[in-house]
Design a protein around this ligand. Structure first.
Ligand code: NDP
Ligand SMILES: O=C1O[C@H](COP(=O)(O)O)[C@@H](O)[C@H](O)[C@H]1O
Length: 479
C-alpha cells in the first residue's frame, strides 16, 4: 500500500510536463497504480484557470496516448486529480500562496517535480524549505541536465541538499527507465554466459549511438545554451556506458548499483587540451531533407542564435582505465537531424584466434533501445549445401514479441519509482558530479581548440570526421 501523496509539477505547462509527465501519469492512473487520492498540481507563471489547465492537459494527452488507451471516463477521473496554480517559482513571496493553496494537504507526502530550466532549481528548493513545505515525507525530482558544468552542478546539489536529504532527491535520467536499458542489466547479471567474455580480452570495442531525426523543435532557447554534449552525452550516453561497463553490484538496490556506476565514471580517462581534436568530433546540422521534407539549418531554428556554434552532434572515443576495460575504446555518438532514429549499443567481440574458415567475422551483440526493443547476437553459421561457406546470422530476441503487453514509457516506470521511493534507477549526487568532472575538460578543450563545429547536412549520418574517428582504428560505425 503506497502512502498518500501529492505531486507538484513546477513547469506544468512546459514541453516535458505536457508531452511526457502527464501522459505517463494518465497511464499509471488508468492502470490503477497511482495512490487513490493523489492530486497533481501544475505550477507555472502563466495565468490559467483549473479548467483551462485540464483542457490543455487533455489536448496533449489525447495526442500522446494511443487511441485504444484513451477513454472519456478514465480521462474525467484523471482530470479530477489535476489542479493549477499560477506562481513565479523564482519569487519566494509566492510560496506562502502555494502553502495556502495546498491547505490541509500540507500534512501529506509531497513530490516536487522540477520540470523547469535548471537555473530555477536552487531558488525553488530554498523557497520550499523556507516556506516550511519540506517534511520527512517530501521528495524532489530533478530533471537533467543538472547544471551546465561541474561547478554549477555542485552549487545546485548543495542548494538542494540544504533543503532535502539525499534519499529524498531523485535525479532523473529517463534513459534508465527504458525497458531495454534495464534488460541490459538482466542480460549481463542474470545470464552466466556473458560474464567470462565481457572484458578487454574478448571485446574489441563498444559503440553507443543515440541518433535522432528531430531537430531542436521548440526548445531552441534551452538547446542553444546546452548543446548535444550537455543535453545527451553528460547524462544519457554516460549512463548507458556505465551499465555496459560496471561490475556486478552486490545487490540490486540503489546504493549498490550506484556505487558501481560511480567507479566507472571515475575511471574514465580524461580527454583534455588538444586531445579533443583527436578524440572528439563536434558537428552542427545544416539544411537538408528528412523524411522527404526540406528542413532548415540549425542556426535558422526558432530561438537559436544566427551565429551559433553550439554542437548538435558529438562523437567521441572514451576509454576506461581499469582492469576489465584497459585498451577497449568506447565510441559514443549522438546527434539531431540524422538520417534515422535509432538508439543502440553494439558490443563488438574480437575475432577467433585462429581462422579455420574463409570469411568468418567476429561476433557482435546488438542491444537496440529504439525504434524497436531488441537484443540480437550475431553468430557465424554455415550456409546450406556443399563447402564451408559462412554467413553471419542473428540470434534475435524481439522483446515486444516475446512479451506481448503494452510497453511502459520510461517516465511511467520512473514516476512510479519516485512514488514508491525507489531510487535505484536515479542518479546519486556523486555520479552526476563525476560525469561533469569528465565532461568539463572536453568543453574547455573545445573552447580553446575546437570552437567551430563541423557542418553536416540534415538527413545525413553526421560529419565526415565522425567516420574518420573509427577508421583510424580500422573500425566503422555499425548500424
Ligand atoms: N522537453 C523534454 O523532452 C525534456 C526536458 N528535460 C528538462 O526538463 C526541464 C523542462 O524542460 P521543457 O519542458 O522542455 O521546458 P519548457 O521551456 O517547455 O517549459 C518550462 C516550464 O517552466 C515554466 N517556468 C519558467 N519559468 C518559470 C518561473 N519563474 N516560475 C514558474 N514556472 C516557470 C514555464 O511556464 P511559464 O513560462 O508560464 O512560467 C514552463 O511551464 C528542463 O530542465 C529540461 O532540460 C529533460 C529531458 C527531456
Ligand atoms: O533528454 C533528452 O532526450 C531526448 C531523446 O529522448 P528519446 O527518449 O526520444 O530518445 C532528446 O530529444 C532531448 O533533446 C533531450 O533533452
Amino acid at each position: 500500500m503506497i502512502p498518500p501523496c501529492d505531486m507538484l509539477v513546477f513547469g506544468g505547462t512546459g514541453d516535458l510536463a505536457l508531452h511526457k509527465l502527464l501522459p505517463a501519469l494518465y497511464h499509471l492512473h488508468r492502470d490503477g497504480r497511482l495512490p487513490k487520492d493523489m492530486r497533481i498540481l501544475a505550477l507555472a507563471r502563466k495565468s490559467l484557470s483549473r479548467a483551462a489547465y485540464q483542457a490543455l492537459a487533455e489536448r496533449h494527452c489525447r495526442a500522446q496516448v494511443a487511441r485504444a488507451d484513451f477513454d472519456a471516463d478514465t480521462w474525467q477521473r484523471f482530470a479530477e486529480r489535476l489542479d493549477y496554480l499560477a506562481m513565479d517559482a523564482g519569487q519566494s513571496a509566492d510560496y506562502g500562496r502555494l502553502a495556502r493553496h495546498l491547505g490541509q494537504s500540507c500534512q501529506r507526502g509531497r513530490i516536487y517535480y522540477m520540470a523547469t530550466a535548471p537555473d530555477l532549481f536552487e531558488d525553488i528548493a530554498a523557497s520550499l524549505g523556507t516556506a516550511g513545505l519540506v517534511t520527512e515525507d517530501s521528495r524532489i525530482v530533478l530533471e537533467k541536465p543538472i547544471g551546465h558544468s561541474l561547478a554549477s552542478a555542485q552549487a545546485i546539489n548543495a542548494a538542494i541538499g540544504a533543503a532535502f536529504a539525499e534519499p529524498q532527491i531523485f535525479r532523473i535520467d529517463h534513459y534508465l527507465g527504458k525497458e531495454t536499458v534495464q534488460n541490459l542489466m538482466a542480460l549481463r547479471f542474470a545470464n552466466a554466459l556473458f560474464e567470462p567474455v565481457w572484458r578487454a580480452g574478448h571485446i574489441d570495442h563498444v559503440q553507443i549511438s543515440v541518433c535522432e531525426t528531430l531537430g531542436v523543435e521548440n526548445r531552441g532557447a534551452y538547446y542553444d545554451r546546452a548543446g548535444a554534449m550537455r543535453d545527451m552525452v553528460q547524462n544519457h550516453l554516460l549512463q548507458l556506458l556505465c551499465l555496459v561497463a560496471m561490475e556486478a553490484p552486490v545487490r540490486f538496490d540503489a546504493e549498490a548499483v550506484r556505487n558501481e556506476k560511480v567507479k566507472i565514471l571515475e575511471a574514465l580517462k580524461p580527454i583534455q587540451g588538444l586531445d579533443v581534436r583527436d578524440k572528439t568530433v563536434r558537428g552542427q546540422y545544416g539544411a537538408g531533407r528528412i523524411g522527404g521534407h526540406d528542413v532548415p539549418a540549425y542556426y535558422f531554428e526558432k530561438n537559436v542564435d544566427n551565429d551559433s556554434d553550439t554542437e548538435t552532434f558529438v562523437a567521441l572515443q572514451a576509454e576506461i582505465d581499469n582492469w576489465r576495460w584497459a585498451g577497449v575504446p568506447f565510441y559514443l555518438r549522438t546527434g539531431k537531424r540524422l538520417a534515422k532514429k535509432t538508439s543502440e549499443i553494439v558490443i563488438q567481440f574480437k575475432p577467433v584466434p585462429h581462422h579455420l574458415f574463409k570469411g568468418d567475422e567476429a561476433n557482435r551483440l546488438l542491444i537496440r533501445l529504439q525504434p524497436e526493443e531488441r537484443i540480437s547476437l550475431q553468430l557465424m553459421a554455415k550456409t546450406p549445401g556443399k563447402g564451408m561457406h559462412l554467413e553471419p546470422v542473428e540470434l534475435d530476441l524481439n522483446l515486444a514479441q516475446a512479451f506481448q503487453q503494452r510497453r511502459w514509457d520510461a517516465y511511467e516506470r520512473l514516476l512510479l519509482d519516485v512514488i514508491e521511493g525507489d531510487s535505484t534507477l536515479f542518479m546519486r549526487r556523486d555520479e552526476v558530479e563525476a560525469a561533469w568532472q569528465w565532461i568539463d575538460p572536453i568543453l574547455q578543450g573545445w573552447q580553446q581548440h575546437y570552437q567551430s563545429p563541423r557542418s553536416y547536412p540534415a538527413g545525413s549520418s553526421g560529419p565526415e570526421q565522425a567516420h574518420s574517428l573509427l577508421e583510424l582504428g580500422g573500425r566503422e560505425w555499425l548500424g
